[in-house]
Design a binder for this molecule. Structure first.
Ligand code: FAD
Length: 565
């Protein structure tokens, strides 16, 4: 067996050291892309003893992995397309994702209302959900329940009554995609992977026509570097073809990007009691999910060829979602002015010439180029661990064949992610209670303490340590001690480099608590500025970027932007 594990750091204060380490040695494996796919691969590879590196050109999860519907799901909609194997695989993976990080994923009962004339009537929905339970290996306590019309209306009295036949109830798992990605990345670092954000791969380096390394540019200071590795995986999500083009291997199958958007409302204007999943008149499915006093609703599925890094909502997207809400809840006529926040994401799908955008399979595939570059494309948040297992198995096989080098088998099925070291899902509620009580002793409200424990899981002790040690400093910045502790934790332990990293992906507030961002943005910027010693230009730029994101959260894009990399 190869490899010696050393915990590495995910601190933005140590970026220089991390970059030096990346340049100092030849790695076994280099991963390009710090979304959930890359993070999962880094964790698996590092855990097996491979010397592993990962580079991300934006912030971790800033691509699709912070822009999904945030469900770790069994893929009920795939059953509609008879993708039985996919349903079975992602359904089983869902249980593993939950078990290894119960702080970041929560079971959620959903209602599926059934109407006259729908593609699947009551009987077929009942059979479908039962098949789903069995394919996805659903726990007994979470198996589907069928509801009469009255029972459905009792649960959700505002459903459109005309044509309502009844409903089905089933459990899906709600997650936080960005935090899931960051927790997997932190665990990868804890297992020895050297990972860095804001470092863009600009070119490949070849030795005897084989990809042997990459040239990178630091997106924060322009510094160029060279990183060498025996094997390289392209896990760049929507950008995988851009990298294949650089590798001169863009042939055969390629990506098709489709955009999906979500709108966020306050629960006071959309007072749903629980999650709803329903068919639209055009045969698509829409999710409505409650989260901390807000509701988010999505999604759309439209072909896309604009700026990959900044997909935005348009007026048509908003109309589509508002009409869908109006269709199922006619008594709640919402308008664009009710939207509190929003986000748009790009699905990196594998092109199939004979299919419409909603019909294309969400399966993942691995492609190998003549230079040996491995590309992993397609897939789902839910299946990230299995995708990683598949491609790391392939890399391990190559090491064995080419160098007679052996690595440990995959162990991520039973490997908690960072923050998930709470003794499994069955112990999480007890853990939550104990740690919430500790937070209350530190002066937090029970609600705030619980929110923090849910966010940071077993890393809450570190956040509490920062809180206790910095009450005076926090006052100096005009920040409550717990928010100051969150900023400290984000910069020191979670590689946050900019205010958007903190407000969008470390806390989720830009999506689900936008007023909190408006209230605290100035002191948070001051703390980050002092910790990270920004230049005045950087401070100005990062502040302007945050303002732009706040604006774009509610204001749709008016004109088409030109296509860009
Ligand atoms: P990304 O997250 O995009 O990561 C790729 C990364 O590579 C990016 O961060 C990018 O910056 C980086 N990169 C690119 N080029 C370079 C370079 N040259 N150098 C360095 N880094 C580079 N899945 C589910 O399981 N459940 C859901 O509910 C769900 N809902 C979805 C809803 C929508 C609207 C969308 C769009 C997707 C949804 N998905 C869902 C799918 C899921 O979000 C994606 O499959 C997953 O996030 C893709 O992750 P990734 O790591 O492959 O890509």
């Amino acid at each position: 067996m190869e490899g010696q594990k050393l915990t590495t750091s995910l601190s933005s204060l140590k970026r220089k050291d991390t970059l030096a380490r990346l340049q100092a040695e030849e790695f076994d494996l280099l991963i390009i892309g710090g979304g959930i796919t890359g993070a999962g691969i880094a964790l698996d590879a590092a855990n097996r003893g491979m010397r592993t590196a990962l580079v991300e050109m934006q912030d971790f999860a800033a691509g699709t992995s912070s822009r999904s519907s945030k469900m770790i799901h069994g893929g009920l909609r795939y059953l509609k397309k008879f993708e039985v194997k996919l349903v079975s695989q992602v359904g089983r993976e869902r249980a593993i994702v939950y078990e290894n990080g119960p702080h970041v994923t929560t079971p959620e009962w959903m209602i599926l209302p059934i109407y006259e004339g729908a593609e699947f009537g009551k009987f077929l929905t009942s059979v479908g959900l039962r098949v789903y339970d069995s394919l996805a290996g659903v726990k007994k306590t979470e198996r589907r329940k069928m509801l009469s019309r009255d029972e459905t209306l009792r649960l959700e009295p505002k459903f459109k009554q005309e044509g309502l036949l009844g409903g089905g109830m089933f459990v899906e798992y709600r997650s936080d995609d960005a935090r899931l990605t960051i927790e997997v990345m932190k665990e990868a670092a804890a297992q020895g992977a050297t990972v860095i954000n804001y470092t863009k791969v600009t070119n490949f380096i070849y030795k005897d026509d084989k990809a042997a390394g990459v040239e990178t540019v630091d997106q924060l200071n322009g510094q160029t570097s060279r990183i060498y590795a025996k094997k390289i995986i392209n896990a760049a999500g929507p950008w995988v073809d851009t990298l294949r083009e650089k590798d001169h291997s863009l042939g055969g199958k390629h990506l098709l990007l489709t955009k999906g958007i979500h709108l966020v409302f306050d629960q006071s204007v959309l007072p749903l009691k629980q999650s709803v999943y329903f068919d639209t008149p055009d045969g698509r499915m829409i999710l409505m999910i409650p989260r901390n006093g807000k509701m988010y609703v999505g999604t759309t599925d439209t072909a896309y060829n604009g700026d990959y890094a900044h997909p935005r909502i348009t007026d048509e997207d908003i109309d589509y979602i508002l009409q869908a809400i109006q269709f199922i809840f006619p008594e709640w006529p919402l308008s664009a002015s009710d939207i509190e926040s929003s986000w748009a994401g790009l699905r990196p799908l594998i092109h199939q010439t004979d299919k419409g955008t909603s019909e294309i399979s969400r399966k993942d595939e691995v492609w190998e180029s003549p230079s040996g570059l491995l590309t992993i494309a397609g897939g789902k948040l839910t299946g990230y661990r299995k995708m990683a297992e598949t491609i790391v198995d392939l890399v391990a096989e190559k090491f064995e064949q080419e160098e007679h080098k052996r690595f440990s088998p995959c162990e991520t099925k039973q490997l908690p992610i960072s923050g998930g070291h709470v003794g499994g899902s069955k112990n999480f509620n007890v853990f939550l209670k104990i740690k919430t009580a500790e937070g209350v002793k530190l002066g937090l409200s029970a609600e705030r303490a619980q929110m923090l424990v849910r966010k940071y899981g077993s890393n809450i002790d570190q956040v509490y340590n920062y809180l206790q040690a910095n009450e005076e400093k926090a006052k100096k910045y005009g920040l409550p001690a717990d928010i100051y502790a969150q900023v400290l934790y984000a910069v020191t332990d979670e590689a946050a480099c900019t205010p958007i990293d903190f407000f969008a992906r470390r806390t989720g507030a830009l999506l689900f608590d936008i007023d909190w961002v408006r209230e605290w943005k100035s002191p948070v910027i001051e703390v980050m500025n002092d910790m990270l010693s920004w230049t005045s230009e950087q401070k100005e730029q990062f502040t302007a970027d945050l303002e732009k994101r706040l604006h774009e959260a509610t204001v749709p894009m008016q004109e088409a932007v030109p296509a860009a990399e």
